[in-house]
Design a protein around this ligand. Structure first.
Ligand code: DOR
Ligand code: ZN
Ligand code: ZN
Length: 422
């Protein structure tokens, strides 16, 4: 069975392609990328971009234990809706994914219920308690693609150093949720003018800056690579930029909400604008954009963190941290980055495909003849309004409800199968 995606603009950063071409899919592979191709079935991509399926190396699918928030089936459909064909799930499930058996359980569920590729990151410490290291060689042979205690940081520098050493030894990258909890335990939002005005306990940016600086120094000591999750602050971007300037193997990601919103949004959207790290201030938004423009920030990840309406519909301070992101990520990139001249459309695609795939060595993120037919087709000009009830995710916790956006995913293809069609 062959499908040809016709008349679109093919953007493939890996081969430096940005041209009007057709893509022929044969079975689960890309057969050819050229002009005037024919296939048994045709997808008309006139006016659309045809690119590698997006890759998100930071999502929470909540399986096992929190399936009322999301599961691998619904999370994967939300991903397909957003143009993603590969995602990496965080291990802060219940129980946490901290041993080989749990990794296998995750992968079995992914094989049986997911419509796209769902790769697991496994915990760095047993029970995510920050004390005893997990068996990283077992985790790797069971199929884990990264190591992280995401949701919280590892308080002990001694433990973190060992985690970095062992993760590096088995060839897995440590994903750092960089947050110094000891500086502020019960913060609910960024510490600053707005937290004072609203009378909410603040989380100073120093919580992130200190933790990023610490993990980079420990990675240097351990001779290990490190990837910093969800950088949100100007200081955080600066520390990563300086580390890269010293030639250290450090990479980092940011999420769409950090270049789209400031903590002003909390007054309007309440708990749906509550996440960790928190929304910051204007200068931080500018610094995130500068970091994306100059390459300090290596990739875009959503930190898709679904929670139920009941859990979120409480006083701000009591609500759980996290917002969903898979179904709005592309459009927020087009609106906040491409339309504002921060990055080109080609570079936005790069930040959402090849770059994240390369950080974890995933076989994804490029269009190659003979390679997997993982493809996103999107109309960069199409306008739409965010309606959370239309999401495939179980989560409705987004501050972008009602927002008018541009950039709409039309078709998502994973291993040659159409997994989403608008
Ligand atoms: O906003 C967040 N949500 N930050 C985290 O660190 C955890 C995540 C979650 O699991 O909900
Ligand atoms: Zn995190
Ligand atoms: Zn996370």
């Amino acid at each position: 069975m062959s499908i040809v995606v016709k008349n679109g603009r093919v953007i493939d950063p890996a081969s430096e392609t940005s041209a009007k071409l057709d893509v022929l899919i044969e079975g689960d592979r890309i057969g050819r990328i050229a002009e005037n191709l024919q296939g048994e079935e045709t997808i008309d991509a006139t006016g659309c971009v045809v690119c590698p399926g997006f890759v998100d190396i930071h999502v929470h699918f909540r399986e096992p234990g929190f399936e009322s928030k999301e599961n691998i089936a619904t999370g994967s459909r939300a991903a397909a809706h957003g143009g993603f064909t590969s995602v990496v799930t965080m291990p802060n499930t219940n129980p946490p994914i901290d041993n080989g058996g749990m990794v296998e359980l995750h992968n079995r569920s992914a094989r049986e219920t997911a419509c796209i590729k769902v790769w697991p990151a496994a915990a760095a410490t047993k029970g995510r308690e920050g004390a005893e290291m997990t068996e990283m060689a077992d985790l790797k042979s069971a199929g884990a693609v990264a190591i992280t205690d995401d949701g919280s940081d590892i308080p002990s520098s001694w433990v973190m150093r060992r985690v970095l050493e062992y993760a590096n030894m088995v060839g897995l990258t440590y994903l750092s949720h960089a947050e110094d909890h000891t500086l502020m335990e019960d913060g609910a939002m960024n510490e600053g003018f707005n937290s004072t005005r609203l009378g909410l306990p603040g989380m100073p940016k120093a919580m992130e800056e200190i933790a990023i600086d610490r993990v980079i120094r420990l990675a240097e000591l351990a001779g290990a690579r490190v990837h910093i999750c969800h950088v949100s602050s100007e200081g955080g971007v600066d520390i990563v930029r300086r580390a890269k300037g010293r030639g250290l193997p450090v990479t980092c990601e940011t999420a769409p909400h950090y270049w789209t919103l400031t903590d002003d949004a909390i007054e309007r959207f309440g708990p749906n604008a509550k996440m960790n790290p928190p929304l910051r201030e204007f200068g931080d938004v500018q610094a995130i954009k500068a970091g994306l423009a100059d390459g300090t920030i290596d990739c875009i990840a959503t930190d898709h963190a679904p929670h139920t309406v009941t859990e979120k519909n409480v006083e701000f301070q009591l609500a759980p941290f996290g917002i969903i992101g898979l179904e709005t990520s592309l459009a927020l990139g087009i609106m906040g980055l491409v339309k504002q001249g921060v990055v080109t459309l080609e570079r936005l695609v790069d930040l959402m495909t090849r770059r994240p795939a390369r950080i974890l060595g995933l076989p994804a993120g490029e269009l190659r003849e003979g390679g997997p037919a993982d493809i996103a087709v999107f109309d960069p000009a199409a306008e739409w309004t965010v309606e959370p009830d239309a999401f495939a995710s179980k989560g409705r916790n987004t501050p972008f409800a009602g927002m008018h956006l541009r950039g709409l995913v039309k078709t998502t293809i994973c291993d040659g199968v159409i997994v989403y069609q608008a």
